[in-house]
Write a protein that binds this ligand. Sequence first.
Ligand code: URA
Length: 431
Amino acid sequence: MIEPFDVVDLIRGKRDRGTLSTEQIRWLVDAYTRGYVADEQMAAMAMAIFLNGMERREIRDLTLAMIDSGERMSFDGLTKRTTDKHSTGGVGDKITLPLAPLVASFGVAVPQLSGRGLGHTGGTLDKLESIQGWRASVSTERMTEILDEVGAVVCAAGSGLAPADGKLYALRDITGTVESIPLIASSIMSKKIAEGTSALVLDVKFGSGAFLTDIAQSRELAETMVALGEDAGVATSALLTNMNVPLGLAIGNANEVRESVEVLAGGGPADVVELTVALAREMLRLAGQPDADVEAALRDGRAMDTWRAMISAQGGDPDAALPAARETHVVTATTSGVLVEQQALPFGIAAWRLGAGRARKQDPVQHAAGIDLHAKPGDTVTEGQPLFTLSADEPERFSRAIEALDGAYRIGTDGDEIVTGGPLIADRIGS
Ligand code: URA
């Protein structure tokens, strides 16, 4: 086969701030997927894109080319409307767990293809695997059955979905090219469009615990992704949400499942409830139910019933005790006052060092490892009061976790500014 382009010309073009044509992008992605373009050439291209950006047309072409590198799923056979949510990831972000069954309890199908955690951000599948018997792997036929019967499935994406993204994402991870708007937008949206959902709500994070810390950049990412979704015929909107402070009180895996069950039982921390309810409203609005009484479904047990059915359908026992860590270490307040700061990123890194996350894709996670917070910014604390509890299976892990938390929280006096970086939900983007 004679190749129509020379990859070095394309890399030089992007390096010198040029634009790539539709044909060039389609060829590049195809040639990379089949191994003709080498990893080092694609790494150079990713860095050129990272440094010089892409026009909207180029981002759309890249997204479509990555979709076409694999299969497209279809839920056309379902009688229910499909609606999905994607979060750009953060610390203590367990929202998918209460959200998927909550939305499904309104008769909508929620096909939630999720990932595993890497680095300081947790992965939904790792969290759910804390539940005895629960399996992340579900065939496409079984997925359709569960969507029909229960309404919600949270499972691993098959390797046939946007394989070009799988290859490129692994390369970006080791070449310092993750935090790029064109690359993040095309990566996320190629998978979501290939998945075949008819509506999609994006939870785009900003702040210290997010991929993109700056709100202006997060807004641009959200606008880019909403435009990609709409162009592909997926009703898409985004919430811009604050990730300066950990979400909720639990950071880890099993403890995040516990907190999610509290939300489904009508309780749970106020911030987790607020975000779950806001995203559920948005998903249901896009699925044609703008007046759905979301809070009522949390209060009256409908969302909990769907959760139990969803866990059972994937082999899990919703009544089984969650794993407990062998060792705990409590950190107490050294003075009385007001907790004025609690930074998401160091808490995420500390939970990771305790064993809740993985350093390499093939590593296992320790489901009971993590951090339970006993106070949130704005709370009054007294000297000697527990501020947070670290849990791990190996006590040697505590010292490095505590090191990560040096300077990550601060007790001030009444009247000091509470450092949260603004409201939890900063804006909504999309029609
Ligand atoms: N999640 C993805 O799937 N891709 C990215 O590039 C970043 C987050």
